[in-house]
Each structure stands twice: as C-alpha cells, then as structure tokens.
Design a protein around this ligand. Structure first.
Ligand code: PLP
Length: 367
C-alpha cells in the first residue's frame, strides 16, 4: 500500500489542497485572542483581518466588499439565498437545473428541475417556456460549472431570460474560480455562492456575493454579524485563509497548462480503453475535470482499486457515508444507468504533474 507521500491526489473538485501561505495566515490568525465584535484592540485586529479578506474576495469577484457575506461554505450560501428569498416573499417558487449540487437540488421539488441536453447544458427553451407560464417572480438556481462533469452552464443567457420575467438568479459558482476564465459581473446573476476549500482555502468557509439590493431573510439570527445577514462569531482564521486563497486564483497560462495535462490524460485514457466514454467532452468544460466511464467496471470498484494503488479520485456522486449512488447528473444527461454506474471523476490541479497522470493511466488501464 503506498504511503501518504507516495499518494497521487486527483480529487481537486472535492477539495483542493490548502496553499502553504493559507496555512501560515490561518495559524497567525488562530493565535490572535480577539473576537471581531469586541471594541478593544484585540477585537479590532481580528476585525481588520476579516475585512482584508473581504477586500480580496471583492477584488476577485468585482463586486463591492459590502456585497460579500461570509458563511460556513457553499452549502450554507445556497440555503441562505433559497430559503431566505422564499421566507422574505421575494419569490414565489424555486427552479433549478437537473444537474445542480445537492445543496441546491434538495431544496427544489422534482417538477421544478429543468432538463439538460446530452452534453449536460441547461435547456434554455424549457426555461423560457416555464418562465412564460409563471404568474409571479421565481428564483432560478444555475451553477456556473458542474462539479461532476465540469460542464459550464449558460448563466448569462439564463439570467437575461429570468430578468425579463422579473425573477432572480442564484449562480452556484463554487467550482468556477481557478478552473475557467470568466468574469462574475458579465454572468449577470443576482447572487453567487463560493466556497474556500475548492480554491486552496480551508474547509468550512464560503460566502454569498450579492449583485442585487434584494435582501434574503437571514437563516441564522443572533448577534447580527455580517450586516445582520448571518449571525454567529466569524470564523476568523477560515475567512483569513479564504482571502489568501482568493488572491492566488489561477489565470491565463497556468490554466492552459492544467488544460493541456487534462486533454493529454483523456487522449491516453481513450487510447488505452477505446470503449471508455468521456462525458461533456464536446462542450465547454472546466479545464481540470474528466468524467469517464469504463463499461463493465463499477464506479465503486474503480475508486476502491485506485485507492489501494495510491490514487484519490471520486465516483460521480458519493454520499457523506462514502457510499456511491448513481449520479443524478449523468442520468439527467440521458446516460444509460449501467454506463453511469461505471463513471469516475478525475479532477486535477496546477500541481498535478504529467508523470503522475501517466502512472494513473497505467493503473486504470488494468482495472
Ligand atoms: N456547490 C458545488 C457545485 C459544490 O461542488 C459543492 C461542494 O462540493 C458545494 C456547492 C458545497 O460547498 P461546501 O462544501 O463549501 O458546503
């Protein structure tokens, strides 16, 4: 069995490794004694690290720092917007794409989930039809890019449509930063959800970015932190780490390097097993993600055997129990259940070396 430092980590979409500068910053903030709500110097020192971090995220997203609300992660960010808008009465109903992350999907009844095509891209015609039949404003939840396949969604087009009908759009952008070039502002969503641990920051912290004056009802009441939008003592070390991670988002050449590795990996995987199927390959995807089915070998078997050989990858959809269920994303794309049940996700990062991927291909080809 390979030792920890012989392991090859190919599960960046689950969690990206924490940057060393993030760890340094977090340790220094953890050592501070103050509570950001206290008026004394110790409190003010913690407050200023939180506000520095808010500024870094503000620069990343191109929205004012007052539009950023820190949360415990992407799940809470999504829940706050969905439940908060319903509670406030700003919307009558919530729709989402049929490939959303469970932190959105689970809030939306099956008859309000909009289909995708075979490439995994939202059906805009179905959206337009639904909107024209609605009498009151709705919230559409549409992710920027799918966590399982990496397929990028037509957020801007959907936002334009939703706004024509007086509705709002929540874009779960958790998987976007550092994996595709985009500008938040040009997407035109009303709210964005982000999560630190997908961009080299710590687990357990994220934020909402608001691009609208509509204020959802807060999920958590109490001390009135975060402009009364999210009570609870701030996770200062986590927020500080999030800010550092936001400042080191990949762009330009480094994104292209990741993409080249991913494309070469896919070519080698298909050369080794010509009956394998890569999902979403024909459309725009995150540069780091491959979702591939190996007919006849279950996802669970592949993940376990790869794990024993020292590789960390995911089955499309793992429950918190670690048990694998067939991916609702692949099923929504019209993939046959047997094929979907043989898919795994490989997600790489800027530190993944080609030599590691070569080793991966050799082992995967023997499964
Ligand atoms: N949205 C997407 C697309 C995700 O991939 C994830 C995490 O896997 C989440 C939301 C949830 O984020 P968090 O783990 O910070 O709660």
């Amino acid at each position: 069995m390979p030792t920890q430092n012989q392991r090859i980590y190919l599960d960046y979409n689950a969690t990206a490794p924490v940057h060393s500068e993030v760890m340094d910053k977090m340790c220094s903030v953890l050592a501070l004694p103050g509570n950001a709500s206290s008026v004394h110097l110790d409190g003010r020192t913690v407050r200023s690290t939180i506000e520095d971090s808010r500024d870094s995220i503000s620069k990343l997203v191109g929205f004012p720092s007052s539009s950023i609300t820190f949360t415990s992660g992407g799940t809470e960010a999504n829940a706050t917007i969905i439940k908060g808008l319903l509670d406030r009465g700003s919307i009558s109903k919530v729709y989402c794409s049929s490939i959303e992350h469970p932190s959105v999907y689970e809030h939306v009844p099956p008859n309000c989930r909009i289909g995708v095509d075979r490439s995994g891209v939202l059906d805009l015609e179905q959206l337009a039809k639904l909107l024209s039949e609605e009498k009151a404003p709705i919230l559409l939840c549409l992710m920027l890019a799918n966590n399982e396949t990496g397929v990028i969604q037509p957020v801007r087009e959907a936002a334009t449509l939703v706004h024509e009908f007086g509705g709002l759009l929540l874009c779960d952008a958790v998987q976007g930063p550092g994996k595709t070039n985009f500008s938040f502002e040009s997407l035109g969503a009303d709210f964005y959800a982000l999560s630190a641990h997908k961009i080299g920051g710590p687990q357990g912290v994220g934020c909402i970015v608001s691009g609208t004056n509509t204020e959802p009802e807060p999920l958590l009441l109490g001390g009135g932190q975060e402009r009364r939008r999210r009570s609870g003592t701030e996770n200062a070390p986590g927020i500080a780490g999030f800010g550092v991670a936001a400042r080191s988002i990949l762009a330009g050449d480094r994104l292209r390097d990741v993409e080249q590795n991913r494309n070469k990996l896919e070519a080698e995987l298909l050369a080794a097993k010509p009956d394998a199927v890569i999902f979403g390959q024909e459309t725009s995807r995150l540069v780091n993600t491959t979702n591939i089915a190996l007919p006849g070998v279950s996802s669970e078997q592949q993940v376990i055997r790869l794990d024993l050989a020292g590789f960390s990858v995911s089955a499309g959809s793992a429950c918190s129990s670690g048990k694998v269920s067939t991916s609702h994303v692949l099923l929504a794309m019209g993939v046959a259940p047997e094929l979907a049940a043989s898919a795994i996700r490989i997600s790489i990062g800027p530190d993944t070396e080609w030599a590691e991927l070569e080793k991966f291909v050799d082992v995967w080809a023997t499964l």
